[in-house]
Ligand binder design. Structure first.
Ligand code: SAM
Length: 276
């Protein structure tokens, strides 16, 4: 069940999605704020650049979002295709590509619903929790099979997921967490709150994100995004990859390719085609 929106520490309660767009595109609201919130986050870019440097073939990014990674890869000379079911996010990616003067091939949809070119990509990235957007095992395997078909012989698949130290945490269910707070030059204040409802039995997190803007005149505008995330354990993922025609080549616990331990915030899984 999704969480009922808990009271924030300043006493406000949440509202409803305020547009039809937000109901049909779950990332429509997030798209407006994504770049602002991820402005300082580039911890993963160096790793993806180094993997992309190992192939002369095009790169596919699944869940390309606002183009944070794809544009950096394209600027380094790689041919990049980005797919994403969110039209709002893709609009941001195209805008970023235009601003940076690079070309991206952007396709609206999930990999399993698209006719991706067969055996084309030397590197396929499923970065920053994108794989958690697959709601169940059928969707996970369908996505991985589509990626296997689009991958060149001896290509590389890289998935970046939450590690053991950032797994589900039902003890903090319902607790509002202020993840961002800033005031712009016009005096408008933005607070971003996360509230999650974790279910260990379902391996699921319902995450509600409240974007709360307070104008200089004191008026408040609140927008809510809600996401259902299906968490994945290491050996479950290994099995899913095998079902889809991959073998696991390496597992790491951070973007510097350190080992996966109890303290790892990330789990980075590198897979190759089983027959590659
Ligand atoms: C956390 S954002 C990551 C964006 C970008 N890759 C980055 O690292 O900044 C997650 C993205 O995954 C996309 N997404 C959601 N469900 C998806 C699915 N089933 N298949 C592929 N992408 C999906 C969302 O639309 C969103 O743009």
């Amino acid at each position: 069940m999704p969480p009922s929106y808990a009271k924030t520490s300043d006493g406000h309660t949440g509202g409803k999605c305020d547009s039809l767009e937000a109901m049909t595109d779950p990332y429509a609201v997030d798209a407006d704020y994504y770049d602002l919130l991820h402005d300082d986050f580039d911890d993963d870019i160096g790793l993806w650049l180094s993997f992309a440097g190992q192939t002369d073939l095009p790169v596919l990014e699944v869940g390309v979002g606002s183009g944070r990674i794809a544009v950096a890869l394209a600027a380094a000379g790689h041919a990049v295709t980005g797919v994403d079911p969110s039209a709002a996010m893709l609009f941001r990616a195209q805008t970023r590509a235009n601003e940076e003067g690079v070309e991206l091939t952007l396709i609206n949809g999930r990999p399993q619903d698209l006719a991706l070119p067969p055996e084309r990509f030397g590197l396929v990235l499923v970065p920053l929790d994108v794989f958690l957007c697959c709601v169940d095992g059928d969707e996970q395997v369908a996505m991985l099979r589509a990626l296997a078909a689009a991958m060149a012989f001896n290509g590389t698949l890289a998935l970046d997921l939450p590690g053991p130290a950032s797994h589900l945490d039902p003890a903090t269910n319902g607790q509002p967490l202020l993840v961002y707070s800033n005031q712009d030059e016009a005096g408008e204040h933005l607070d971003v709150w996360h509230v999650h409802e974790d279910d260990l039995g379902e391996q699921t997190r319902w995450l509600r994100i409240a974007y709360e803007r307070t104008s200089a005149d004191g008026s408040i505008r609140r927008q809510i995004a809600q996401h259902r995330l299906r968490y994945v354990h290491r050996f479950e993922l290994e099995y899913l990859l095998r079902l889809a025609g991959f073998r696991v080549a390496d597992v790491y616990g951070d973007y510097d390719l350190g080992p996966l331990t109890n303290d790892s915030a990330r789990m980075i899984v590198i897979a190759k085609p089983a027959k590659g």
